[in-house]
Design a protein around this ligand. Structure first.
Ligand code: EPU
Length: 334
């Protein structure tokens, strides 16, 4: 097998199905193979784009240089009585990992079921859903420096996790590739059922599998399956605004969802704001606002990244004009 290929069509490798051809692409199956790919990139001065499951990226029509998708997917559990650490290769599929651990009775990741993508991508945006973020279970991240090939572990604190944010989007962006995650698991029952109607959906004694299945059914009701309708999950982050701004809006829109955050700030629901502008279910050309969840933009086919960004800017402008709130895209634009 060649270490990498030329002129690679990545249209099927991003869940938005944006047309994209990369000069070169590699799917290293081991850390050593990854090291060899990086050596080629250094020698030929090729720009590098790291990809995971392609479920949170906006790809250009032409991607210069090398697209690298780590494909090492081995994982194992180190057990210490009723606690354990799962050590997981970057290429492992996130949802499959969550379901296997839940089936084996481990608590920790069950609320994050059915999030598309790879394990290596999970810390980049600190994936979160149903009241839990990856950061709640993350013990550390093993990375390789692109410049030197050196490998080291980052402790959880060094990952600087925030809402859909981490050091991998900031100081370490374009500098490291994530090799492995260390995730904390427990046998002690710890169901987190506060979000929405999750508690109602889990009948009987909660088990990790029952919670994961309830999360899956909630997601399936609201979120389109990227295999059926191309999308990248939430297209915008939920905006975090000053408390005074939120209070002024609440005076006008008393039913507006609003969640208190540390530091006199409030998180608003971008989906609600877009919905209230009457944009849910609307379509322009190849793109549309999903009919059940206004935060998700869908691609019907035949569109490009530029057209999608144009569509998204129009939505953000409408929300800005109506509510004075700025919306930021969530997927990474490469
Ligand atoms: N809402 C509307 N109309 C809509 C969508 C939402 O009125 O079209 C309202 C809902 O009724 C609710 C509020 O907005 O009161 C929040 O909606 P929801 O609970 O569906 O969650 P969200 O804030 O829209 C976030 C995450 C999702 C995650 C869910 C569940 C972000 C950007 N999105 O969505 O994550 O699954 O919470 O925890 O934080 C993703 O990142 O791709 C993603 C799907």
């Amino acid at each position: 097998m060649a270490l990498f290929e030329r002129e690679v069509d990545l249209t099927g490798a991003n869940t938005l199905r944006l047309p994209c051809v990369a000069d070169f692409a590699a799917r290293p199956k081991t850390v050593n193979e990854l090291r060899r790919v990086l050596e080629v990139c250094r020698a030929d001065r090729l720009p590098i784009t790291l990809l995971g499951g392609g479920s949170n990226v906006l790809l250009p029509e032409r991607l210069a240089g090398m697209a690298i998708t780590p494909a090492f997917d081995q994982w194992w559990i180190e057990r210490r009585g009723s606690e354990a650490t799962a050590l997981v290769g970057a290429g492992a599929n996130w949802h499959e990992l969550v379901m296997t651990l839940a089936e084996r009775g481990w608590w920790g990741l069950e609320n994050l079921a059915l999030i598309p993508g790879s394990c290596g991508a999970a810390p980049v945006q600190n994936i979160g859903a149903y009241g839990v973020e990856l950061g709640d279970a993350l013990e550390g991240v093993q990375v390789m420096e692109l410049a030197t090939g050196g490998v080291r572990w980052l402790a959880r604190d060094e990952c600087e996790l925030g809402y859909r944010d981490s050091v991998f989007k900031r100081a370490l962006a374009g500098r490291v590739v994530i090799l492995r995650l260390a995730l904390r698991l427990s046998r002690q029952a710890a169901p987190r059922l506060d979000y929405g109607d999750l508690a109602r959906r889990v009948t009987g004694t909660p088990t990790p599998l029952a919670v994961a299945e309830a999360v899956c059914s909630t997601r399936r009701e609201k979120l389109p399956d990227p295999r059926e309708l191309a999308n990248a999950g939430s297209f915008f982050k939920n905006p975090v605004v000053e408390r005074a701004t939120a209070e002024a809006l609440l005076a006008r829109y008393p039913d507006m969802p609003c969640f208190a955050q540390p530091g006199e700030r409030c998180k608003l629901a971008a989906g609600w704001l877009i919905d209230r502008c009457g944009l849910k279910g609307t379509r322009r050309g190849a793109f549309g606002v999903h009919e059940r969840q206004a935060l998700v933009l869908v691609h019907f086919g035949g569109g490009t990244r530029e057209a999608l960004l144009d569509f998204a800017h129009g939505i953000a402008d409408t929300v800005q004009a109506r509510f004075g709130v700025h919306l930021e895209p969530e997927p990474r634009c490469v």
